[in-house]
Ligand binder design. Structure first.
Ligand SMILES: *Cc1c(COP(=O)(O)O)cnc(C)c1O
Length: 400
């Protein structure tokens, strides 16, 4: 049995079966590449699900972690620490927000947003409208906010105060607004359910509904933020500014950290004792986050994403034209892109991902509809070409 296989056998023995994992025990990463325990190399177009956006073991991030780990690892939020102050400053200086709460994950950042929306809105105003197809996390409140029944099944009763409106139907949202509504909660681009962007018109109409009914607009930018769509946050390209926004995933380039951001006025509702986290803003994770933001905000970095995006989209569109029985188009923004499959393509979706895995290319099948590409933002044209070459071979074998 190979070393890789031995680890997999041990893993299956001890873990609760919540994950359907690829048969690889990863041991090393560098840039856009990963290696498993047998030394097999992979080209990573998943980035740990939009997390390692600067690539694996980015030198500046690794150095920041090393340095901080040698100085101070944890003191709790009973004290101030330098890295978390620097991180919050970078986040507020580079977004609409004035104030930050630091958590450890996307779901936790969203929980904080939900609590803030409720406490800010006052007694009797608690209901949150989110969208069908959305994904907001795996805690009970965030699955309740998630507009996909498959995440609810078996876990009922769910926390109350969450309703879902049909995607891209503004009237459906308005119909759900009542005296207890406090917020509209959405991703600017739905990642998990198949790389589905919300149009500018739709987002503007959502914002107008919030203004008209005095509701908070909450953007879940856990997947779309931190440069993924070509600007630090996706909302910057959409002409709509939220009242509350959440971030996580790429914020720590692999360290567990999340953030909930808002304005001074709204932030006032959370006072000592109302919300907290033992690890939130942990110095090591925060030091990683500071290095991530400084790198992303450095000269030319964000601009390079747009340029690569255009290149990548064009290649994917050519593929879609070449294999019309399998693919029907390309969607997404920046380097969060999806090749939308036809019904016939969908039947083969998992097998296509599996076939690419065997060829040493990592992608996934989002929402059972779309081949999703989320490479590290440092991806090169050669690496994009490499993926396209292998994907062409794979699609050829499924098109016959
Ligand atoms: C991944 C994701 C989450 C959940 O983040 P966790 O860190 O896994 O809790 C929430 N919202 C969106 C849009 C996501 O993509």
């Amino acid at each position: 049995m190979s070393e890789n296989q031995q680890w997999i056998t041990r893993s299956k023995k001890v873990f609760i079966g919540t994950y359907n994992r690829f048969p690889a025990t990863m041991v090393k990463g560098e840039g856009c590449r990963l290696w498993d325990a047998d030394g097999k190399e992979y080209l990573d177009f998943l980035s740990g699900i939009a997390v390692c956006s600067l690539g694996h073991c980015h030198p500046q991030v690794t150095e920041a972690i090393r340095k901080q780990a040698g100085e101070l690892v944890h003191v709790s939020n009973l004290f101030h620490t330098k890295p978390q102050i620097e991180l919050a400053e970078l986040l507020t200086e580079n977004s609409f927000a004035d104030k930050v709460f630091l958590a450890n994950s996307g779901a936790e950042a969203n929980e904080a947003a939900i609590k803030l929306a409720r406490i800010h809105s006052g007694p009797g105003r608690y209901e949150i409208i989110s969208l069908s197809g959305s994904f907001h996390g795996r805690t009970l409140a965030t699955i309740a906010a998630t507009g996909q029944p498959k995440f609810h099944e078996g876990f009922e009763p769910l926390p109350t105060g969450f309703v879902h409106a049909e995607f891209d139907n503004i009237q459906a949202i308005e119909n759900l607004i009542n005296a207890s509504t406090c917020a509209i909660f959405c991703e600017p681009l739905q990642g998990e359910s198949g790389v589905r962007p919300l149009s500018k018109e739709y987002l503007k109409a959502i914002k107008a509904l919030c203004d008209k009914h005095n509701l908070l607009l909450i953007f879940d930018e856990v997947q779309t933020g931190i440069g993924r769509t070509g600007t630090l946050f996706a909302y910057e390209q959409l002409g709509v500014t939220p009242d509350i926004m959440t971030s996580a995933k790429a914020l720590g380039n692999g360290l567990p950290i999340g953030a909930m951001l808002t304005t001074d006025i709204i932030a006032k509702a959370l006072v000592p004792g109302t919300h907290a986290s033992t690890f939130g803003g942990n110095p090591v994770a925060a030091a990683g986050g500071v290095a991530v933001l400084k790198t992303l905000l450095g000269d030319g970095f964000l601009e390079s994403i747009q340029e690569k995006s255009i290149y990548f989209i064009q290649k994917l569109e050519t593929l879609a034209e070449k294999f019309p029985t399998l693919a029907q188009g390309v969607r997404g923004k920046g380097l969060l892109l999806g090749l939308v499959l036809t019904d016939r393509g969908i039947e083969h979706g998992m097998a296509i991902v599996q076939n690419l895995f065997e060829k040493g290319i990592l992608i996934n099948f989002a929402g059972n509809k779309v081949l999703r590409f989320i490479p590290p933002l440092i991806v090169s044209h050669e690496e994009i070409d490499n993926l396209i070459g292998k994907l062409t071979d794979t699609l050829e074998s499924f098109a016959v």
